[in-house]
Design a protein around this ligand. Sequence first.
Ligand code: ZN
Ligand code: ZN
Ligand code: FE
Length: 765
Amino acid sequence: MIRIRVKIIGVVQGVGFRPEVYNLANKLKLTGFIFNDLNGVTIEIQGQKKITDEFIESLKKNPPRAARIDAIIFKEIKTKKEKEFLIKPSKYEGVRQSLSPDISICPDCQKELFDPKNRRYLYPFINCYSCGPRFTFIKKMPYDRRNTTMSGFKMCLECAAEYNDPKNRRFHAEPIACSKCGPALKLIDKKGKEISKDSIREAVKLIKKGKIIAVKGLGGYQLICDAGNKEAVNYLREAKNRPHKPLAIMVDEGTLKKIAQVSAEEIALLKSASSPIVLVKKKKNNIVAENVASGVNEYGVMLPYTPLHQLLIKEAGEKVLVVTSGNLSGHSIIFKDQEALKSLSKIADYFLMHNREITVGYDDSVARIVNKEPLVIRASRGVSPLFFKRDKDLIPALAMGADLKNSFALSSGKDIILSQYIGDMGSASVKKRWLDVRNLYEELFNISPQVVVADLHPGYETTKIAENLGLPVYQFQHHKAHIASVAFEHSLSEPVIGVAFDGLGYGEDGNFWGGEFFSGDPCNLNREHHLAYFPLLGGDIASVEPVRAALSLVLESKINSERIKKIFGDETNDKIFNLKTMYEKKINSPLTSSMGRLFDAASYFIGFRGQNTYEGEAACYLESMAEEAEEKYRYSVENRTILVFKIIEGMIKDLESGVKKEKIAGKFQRTVLEIIVSETLKISKETGIRTVCLSGGVFQNRYLLENTLKKLSKKGFNVYYNKMVPISDGGIALGQLYLLNCKGPTLTKETINVSCHPRSDKKNK
Ligand code: ZN
Ligand code: ZN
Ligand code: FE
């Protein structure tokens, strides 16, 4: 007989850990107890060694679906006299409690939802301890029903019995509900008139007729229409003021395979507890209207991740639905009923609503599979807040993040928390949302920052907010923060070579960086090599209009005016003339070394006209078009500056001699890959560093990231990049905290290895 104390660290609360362990211990006839503590759960088990081994094996192999186990630590202790296995009260006493993000509907609840004999048959709010809302319905800590928006719903006798039975799947499932005692759906028109009792069936009927329905989802309102109906999609785009950005779609697994090529890893991610939008390759000639995602070769797809969505998709049959956030483009997702009725009635024809209040807005998360592993592009519903533990106390701090795709981070005690995606700080509604979410986090997690960290950019909204908080402000360079975010995520403290390929970030010399190679201690990076500076004609607006980067680079490359005329033939002469004057007279033309803008220019050459209506649109166009190529363009390096003018020349020459655009795009990508690999080798030769960190928006390009990994790993480098933390600016806040703690209370290597997967299927553990 032995007794073992097991400590489990990670996201293990609010995911059904205690009852599952309780049932496992009972099945194996072990005695002992389990309770929630500050870092996770503590378990003691007692029995035959063979059986306790089996217990631990089983925990490792089959943890609850939504759990993220970062470490299991066990130790043999003295046996005790006891008869049973107990769930003991939690031990927190006023300290910070972590909590799971919202969890997509679990397989057991799915089965019950469609089982006519089950008492929750077709009930749109079915949930259990393994699934359902968590962060979208909590009002304050501790996580307990009375502190959620379900507090007003009194459990019926049957629900209460389930809630109190440790053997039941709904033991302490705080959002527990049934049709007798829980929230209910309502389908109304714009005037608030209920139009049918059979709301799901009627809603789908309307969708099939081409109507747009605003649906109150998990983290806010969504706009839903038939993805096969071009006119409906067009109307939605116009009303939302979102002309080109691909719209996410929702389907069942069967239909998904008809419209897209999906790998086993992509399916696993789609079905995982976080259930994000996953970017998958389109199949040609399918039922989805072209204008859902034109100009790109991928769809952003989701499986129905709540019971409500399950019911809608089931009713829709083979139809694919557009499911996009309920907001006007550039504004925050709407999650309050009154606001939805007011603002969304300009877009939606009907509203499918319910009376479970949402406490904070969450957009859908976005991820893609790279190198067979999930890469988070937007961290929000099902993923955030993202918790990290350190083994030393940290100064209570607020890291502002960046202005685009903002997420902020907080640190206090041994905890670091990254917020959900907030949005682009340019609009007043996003700024207000930022404030609301920050207040909520500071309250929930009981953190009062003593210092604030911001980007170096003096014009950033986030910098201005930081300066007005009345706290000491530390500022760090954007791309150094990018590299530090990788060091943070993977607990690196050794010297690294950092490759930050990005849009624009304010540099230490006042120019706009974005094609940078660094080396050294992540706390103290040296700028080694960078793309040659070129003028950003018109400043910020050059990020919107790729023609500006294209013309600037062509002029820098000394291409003669006859040839220039041909390249820019379809632009108005006035525009080109004005931009040229701007270039020659150096008017409003700050310098940049941005790889993102180089991508813009390349994309322009191969036919991308018009504007970037969302960040990275031109780059997506190029990636979608590119063929695999082995050929590449030449470039040279002088004084640690990477001269790209030969690349521009090469592309223009290819264009002039009629080389296929797909091939030019491929050659361009291959060239960028070459730059990464050969510059890394050079820096490594000089410094002896063998660890590489990749970060920045450009690495959302799958070809570039996968092939960089392949090539550098082959040469024996240890290559790290952001996986769980967004690789674009959504991860900046964590890099800022890392840099802050370099100088202040040290942020040391973790005692544990944080797993690099978003909480997903069990295989990942
Ligand atoms: Zn469930
Ligand atoms: Zn009930
Ligand atoms: Fe960035």
